[in-house]
Design a protein around this ligand. Structure first.
Ligand SMILES: C[S@@+](CC[C@H](N)C(=O)[O-])C[C@H]1O[C@@H](n2cnc3c(N)ncnc32)[C@H](O)[C@@H]1O
Length: 200
């Protein structure tokens, strides 16, 4: 999906773009808040969750509408998160981060792996990368081309310079709380490829 697709999605039906995050929960408790980068931050739900938990956060998204929503939400909550409107496949971080996250935002295939290599470069020594993406098996459920999706193996092999701590396929029941979301034949079960990796 290209930038025009996402801009249109955020303008016409912002609710359909939002994901109820169920994978980051449980991964952050072991980390001491520092600087954090959210790649494909959307309306900043996770970025602002991190901000509220004491992280100094930067969110990057290619959709101007999503970034405007994120800035509004930050202002409304009195948070000082930084948001950048840019294509993360072209963007380079000008600093290093203690945490980089990306949830349901990466393109499939080689393009997604290039973004993950950039994410690994953007990590400070000792920093953590957390990635959650729809597993390729969801392509059949949703009738979307498999090339748009990834796999646990593709995530893990994209970051050879990092120490992979978790590379798992997770089945998450009731992921879609919004009835407008497409639901598969198992109700709202989602299969998510999850990666947790650390920079030595
Ligand atoms: C399904 S939304 C997920 C948003 C957020 N990470 C979350 O979990 O709620 C995917 C987001 O990735 C963004 N995105 C997709 N491709 C991008 C790119 N090449 N550069 C920057 N952002 C991108 C879209 O604009 C969209 O906001």
């Amino acid at each position: 999906m290209d930038a025009a697709f996402w801009e249109d999605a955020w303008r016409s039906d912002a609710d359909s773009v939002m994901v109820t995050e169920r994978v980051l929960q449980g991964e952050l408790e072991s980390l001491r808040p520092g600087s954090a980068l959210d790649l494909g931050c959307g309306n900043g739900a996770n970025t602002l969750m991190l901000d509220g938990a004491g992280w100094r956060v930067t969110g990057v998204d290619c959709s101007a509408r999503a970034i405007a929503l994120a800035r509004q939400a930050a202002q409304a909550r009195g948070l000082d998160a930084r948001f950048i409107c840019n294509d993360f496949s072209q963007w380079q971080a000008d600093t290093r981060f203690d945490l980089v996250i990306s949830t349901y935002a990466l393109p499939g295939g080689a393009a997604g792996q290039r973004v993950l290599r950039m994410a690994a470069q953007a990590l400070a020594a000792g920093g953590t990368l957390l990635v959650a993406e729809w597993d390729r098996s969801m392509s059949e459920v949703w009738g979307v081309a498999a090339v748009e999706f990834t796999t646990v193996t593709a995530l893990a092999t994209a970051v050879p310079d990092l120490v992979v701590e978790k590379a798992e396929l997770r089945s998450i029941p009731d992921m879609f709380v919004d009835p407008a979301h497409p639901r598969d034949s198992h109700g709202s079960l989602a299969r998510v490829a999850f990666l947790r990796a650390r920079k030595p």
